[in-house]
Design a protein around this ligand. Sequence first.
Ligand SMILES: [Zn+2]
Length: 619
Amino acid sequence: MKNLQLTLYLFIVLNTCFAQPDRWQQRISYNIDVKMNAATNRFTGIEKIEYFNNSPDTLFRVFFHTYWNAFQPNSSMDMRSRELGKIILGVDKQGKEVRDWDPRVKDRILHLKPDEIGYQKVAYVNINGKAQTLKEHETILEVALKNPILPKSKTTFEVSFEAQVPLQIRRSGRDNAEGVRYSMSQWYPKMAEYDYQGWNANPYIAREFYGVWGDYNVKININKSYLVAASGTLQNKNQVGFGYEEAGAKVIKPSGNTLTWNFVAQNVHDFVWAADPDYVMIKRQVKNGPLLYIVYKNADSFQAPFHKLADTAALAYPLMAKTFGLYPYKNYSFIQGGDGGMEYPMATLIKNAGIGTAIHEWMHSWYQGMMGTNESLYPWMDEGFTTYAEERIMGELRQKKTFAQEGSYSGYYKLVKSGFEEPMTTHSDHYSTNYAYSNAAYSKGAVFMSQLGYITGDKVRDNILLEYYRQWRFKHPNPNDFIRVAEKVSGMELDWYKEYWVNTTKTIDYAIDSLWEENGKTNIRIKRIGEMPMPVDVQLTFKDGSRELHYIPLNLMYGEKPVESDTVPRTVHEEWRWTHPTYIFETDRKIIDLSEVQIDPSQRLADIDPHNNLLKIKW
Ligand SMILES: [Zn+2]
């Protein structure tokens, strides 16, 4: 409770300091009606869309994603996977070659039979009753408009479509490895986002997502035996039952073999649902937080892990809200489905009830859900920040005494050594290997956030996290937007950090070069070996057990971080000009008194060679 008050207090204080960004963005409202045939795994749907063109541009065409066309032999997704499968990353412990393809995908798409493939066929797109001209590009539908959409105007579309649910290959599909009938993500023709950088009509080859902010009103008609879980809030709880009904309410189901489920989600950029006749549900109201739905298949082996998930999620929420900001929706659903863990607004599909995965997916509600960063262009701002949050929350839950982010640092160090690294400015579909994408987006992205704490101080970095949440949620921030928040909150220049860490593959390596005594004082020379410059913390430990922290700001920062330790006295030295490979500072103590010199004892600096960071002196 106290912590939440602190969070609110911070919002109010920071609120008065910085103006809101005023970038325009499109807006959409979907009314979707679908009728699922659980015998054929096909459904038909009508989408009524209100589209608000808030841009200053006239639009002559629009684009829809038709993701499921990827699940057909020889599709771009299939070919991409098989081509990546030719790249050998190395050998595993058994001496077997490790291929770069996603083990969930491999060449499985190539072998799908006609009743196992996925498709989305759009019959028509009408505007004011007039059919528009359609051109299919596999997973992208181009709609040439009879009349252009003018700036600052609203257009109403009607889209009629028919779809077949693919056998589960990646994320969505039917009959996954745990027998869940329907994992329904990327299931409807979805308008591509048009933003200040233009159309984002990325063909679907494996990853990532980006959508228009809007509201969803979804009606799903399906066989009565199925429990449906979804993004949004169920509107007709007392008609469907299954535990959704209000306490004490009498459930009155309509007659017939099917039920229509009506979900509404507001201010989201996607909508997921899942359905299975064997689903059961745990409801858990988090104190000062959302109502959680935990939906899983009714089998003995799933009972304990999903109950544990419910308990842990409720425990974790106050920690998440304190550090990253409040979760703004009424409910959140953990739904068994898919093939691992995949995030959607207000819900996740998870294959098993792993706690780390569950916390990771829920934390995506902040960076994928609320920020809605363009994941194709900046996957590290979603996966990296989410991984940072997951490791931090898991560390707090486990009351871990050691540094919580070590998994991400080691992933990043391996990437550097692998020779596969590419700059994080690479479009997520266009990395040359899955390996480089994953380790950049998840590990190097998480290190970006942890290491920011090294530069600004952890407390300031935490204020940056909350201010970023306050300024940019529901607005699609880009890397520069994040850095500007960090600069304003810290009072430092930080563009150099983004430019080196994100735009290049240059690495950090500082070393203790030499020590000598002059006039009773000890000189310490530090050397920059890596090409990326950073501020440097050096801790001196003396034989009597006392310590000194020597802090050398980088000249590009035009600032210094606050004192972080109450116990170790700190000396701030002259700035280190980035052009200079060495730097000498002194301490008043004699060289004979020294027992240890260490660069960055906090281990937040991603120095790729730790061996030259520590000098133990034996006299
Ligand atoms: Zn993730």
